[in-house]
Design a protein around this ligand. Structure first.
Ligand code: 13P
Length: 241
């Protein structure tokens, strides 16, 4: 439900030693912090180990992808039930890198979303437009379509929505707080006033507070800065209510 959330998306980074060091630093840095939920979405091989390291701490964990299928001959895929068995809480679904680099369709994303919901976990559904689409004033049409495809199949429930403009991801060029607010307000109207809508795309300690101050921005999905303990801690702090 709505509430402050800052989730790190580690993407394909890290190793066992660096993960442990990062988590220990972040745990120390956010100790006692209230008013914000903190999570990390880590690569599949590390999930079990990270789950153990985070057990009993204030940091939740999640995966970055999932199969839309329940089981079967799908070499290389990981099912929602497998993640749930380890106590996974969040699963990123429909990240633009999955859509763009691996050709995930809206229908596939909707099926993945449904699989995560059915397994009792919380999907973090990513939507976002390319620069070309923004320049053509198609932002609302694009994110609206990406969201509708999911809503046609499953109710949104307590899932999290992440607005991640493709042009802002890993580019150092974040959406302005006003640009984020405009799209978040549009998206929220399509789900529920109680849905958490977070922003992702070049969130850094320097811009986090201004973006999180917007009325319809409930936190962030953090890529690069989630790999740097101090930056991630400062961003989590900026999201406190
Ligand atoms: P950056 O924070 O590195 O721009 O990445 C954002 C993102 O893709 C989070 O899912």
């Amino acid at each position: 439900m709505r509430g402050r959330l800052v989730a790190g998306n580690w993407k394909m980074h890290g190793n066992r030693a660096s993960n442990l060091a990062l988590l220990n630093s972040v745990l120390a840095g956010i100790a006692g912090l209230e008013g914000v939920t903190c999570a990390v979405c880590v690569p599949f091989p590390y999930l079990g180990e990270v789950a153990g390291q985070l057990k009993g701490t204030s940091i939740a964990w999640g995966a970055q992808n999932v199969s839309e299928h329940a089981q079967g001959a799908y070499t290389g895929e990981v099912s929602a039930a497998m993640l749930a068995e380890f106590g996974c809480r969040y699963v990123i679904v429909g990240h633009s890198e999955r859509r763009q680099l691996y050709g995930e369709s809206d229908a596939q994303v909707a099926a993945k979303f449904a699989a995560v919901m059915a397994a009792g976990m919380t999907p973090i559904l990513c939507v976002g437009e390319t620069l070309e689409e923004r320049d053509a004033a198609r932002t609302e049409a694009v994110v609206g379509r990406q969201l509708s495809k999911v809503l046609e199949k499953t109710s949104f429930g307590k899932a999290v929505l992440a607005y991640e403009p493709v042009w802002a991801i890993g580019t150092g060029r974040n959406a302005t707080p006003e640009q984020a607010q405009e799209v978040h307000a549009f998206l929220r109207r399509k789900v529920s006033p109680e849905t958490a809508v977070i922003y992702g795309g070049s969130v850094k300690p320097q811009n986090a507070a201004a973006i999180f101050a917007m009325p319809d921005v409930d936190g962030g999905l953090i890529g690069g800065a989630s790999l740097v303990a101090k930056d991630f801690i400062d961003i989590v702090k900026a999201a406190r209510t």
